[in-house]
Structure formats: C-alpha cells, structure tokens
Design a binder for this molecule. Structure first.
Ligand code: MF3
Ligand code: CO
Length: 260
C-alpha cells in the first residue's frame, strides 16, 4: 500500500477508531487475571467492538506477502494475545489460561466508519517478578521515547534510534522482523517504521502522516522463531518479550496520539 497523507477530518475519524481501541483495553484490563483464557479475552473484545458499530480487522487477515500461500490460514482472532515468550501475533486459545506472574501482550485492530485504529499493550497478570517489571517499564519507555522523536521535520531514523538506544542501554534487544506501519483505510500502508536505526536517516516526517510505533523488546536476544501455526512469533531463546503500540498523526499543531 502506498503512503497516503490524511486531512484533519480524516485524522479525526482515525482518532474515533483509536478511542474505541482504547476503550476496549480498559474493558479487557478488568478481565486480565489468573484463570482467564486468551479465547475468553478475545470473545469479550469482539463482542465489545461489534456492539460499538466497528469490526475487528485482524480476523481473517492475510499479510500481503503471503497471499496465495495456501498453507497458512488467515488470522483467526479479534485480538493478538501474546503470552510471555510470545513476541507478537499470538492466537487466542481455549487452552491458554493466564497464570499469576505471566505477561500478556494484547494487540487490537478495528475499523470504525471505514478508518482503522491499532494499538498494543502488555499487561502483568497479578504480581510479576522484578526482571519482568523492568522489561515492561523499558518497553513502555521505548514507545514514549519513539513518540517524542515523532515530530515534524525529524526522520523515521530518529524514532528507531531513540528506541534502540534505550532498549540496549537497559540490557534488552529490539526485534527486527516486525515493524510499525502507516495506516488509514487499510491496516498496513507505507511507511514502514523500524524500531532501530540511525538518527537523521530515513524518510522525513511530514504533515498528514499517520503511522504506528510498536516496538517489541526482548529480555534476551533479538532472534525470533515462527511456530508451525504460521502466526505465533516467539523469542528464539525462550525469554520474555513485551510490546506497546500507539497510532499517531503528524500535524502542524504537533503530534497527536490517536489511540489514547
Ligand atoms: N499491530 C500488528 C500490526 O499491525 C498486528 C497485526 S495482527 C494481524 O502489524 F493479524 F493482522 F496480522
Ligand atoms: Co500495528
């Protein structure tokens, strides 16, 4: 998908979709406790999204590069539910029951009145150990530092560099294979937003750009492994991974968070 610049009216519609994503997180937050399954969380999210006149966008999604690979089914869930060593794209499952001390990344994408909202948050299940809390705090801070660089006149490389620098300073690593992306009427548009890189490189940020920043931060090495289901992405070393994502818009009045 090419990059399309959005008008202020279109950004307002994207913000409405983003607000519904946020409301879905607030609902799920109440349910994320030891004992609940990821399939139950998925059903709660789907019911809420549909009852607000929106539709899930991950459900039935086939990545552009994979169209025609008969073997990999479309994504089956409303949410991605990524527990512990799952980096992203975890499939909600009746057998996946949350336990005290786990972490779960919940990624939500929906379409409202034709426009997409997309965000991700990683939640602790009850109390987590100190190392896990450090991972969560760092991953969240990486997103904040990336957003702080998302200013008119800066480049995409400024965003990636800020994220990589902080993650590595804390002893963690940044996943390379999965990236942020432009969005609008489509879930995935240009540009591709890397969560690593060098300041001053890459595309310049201009008015009307709308994209996600969604760093995946690994406690151990950056390497990933894809499960045989064709979706679930895990850390190769089995250590934990955490992700936070916002959708944002670059405007002359500043950068707007659309999923807040
Ligand atoms: N936030 C992720 C992304 O936009 C989630 C995609 S899940 C999928 O890349 F099922 F749509 F692939
Ligand atoms: Co996304």
């Amino acid at each position: 998908m090419p990059m399309t610049l959005k008008s202020s009216r279109q950004i307002e519609l994207l913000r409405e979709a983003g607000s519904l994503v946020r409301a879905t997180f607030e609902l799920l937050r109440e349910h994320i406790r030891p004992g609940i399954t990821t399939a139950e969380l998925d059903a709660i999210a789907e019911e809420f999204i549909c009852s607000h006149g929106a539709e899930p966008v991950y459900k039935g999604y086939v990545p552009a590069g994979r169209r025609g690979w008969a073997k990999i089914p479309p994504f089956p869930g409303t949410i991605c539910a990524s527990v512990n060593d799952v980096i992203c794209h975890g499939i909600p499952n009746k057998k996946d029951r949350l336990r005290q001390g786990d972490i779960i990344g919940v990624d939500i994408g929906l379409r409202l009145n034709g426009w997409i909202g997309d965000a991700c948050e990683t939640f602790p299940v009850g109390e987590v150990d100190d190392a896990t809390q450090h991972l969560l705090t760092t991953a969240h801070r990486c997103l904040e530092l990336g957003i702080a660089q998302a200013q008119l006149g800066n480049t995409l490389g400024d965003i990636g560099a800020a994220i990589q620098r902080h993650a590595e300073a804390e002893g963690f690593s940044v996943v390379r294979e999965y990236t942020g992306h432009g969005l609008g009427r489509n879930l995935h548009e240009e540009p591709t937003v890397l969560h690593y890189g060098d300041p001053g490189t890459g595309r310049k940020l201009i008015e009307g750009m709308v994209f996600t920043i969604e760093p995946m931060i690994n406690a151990g090495k950056a390497d990933t492994r894809l499960d045989r289901d064709g979706w679930t992405v895990r850390t190769a070393d089995g250590k934990r991974s955490a992700q936070f994502e916002h959708t944002l818009a670059i405007t002359t009045e500043g950068t707007l968070l659309l999923t807040e």
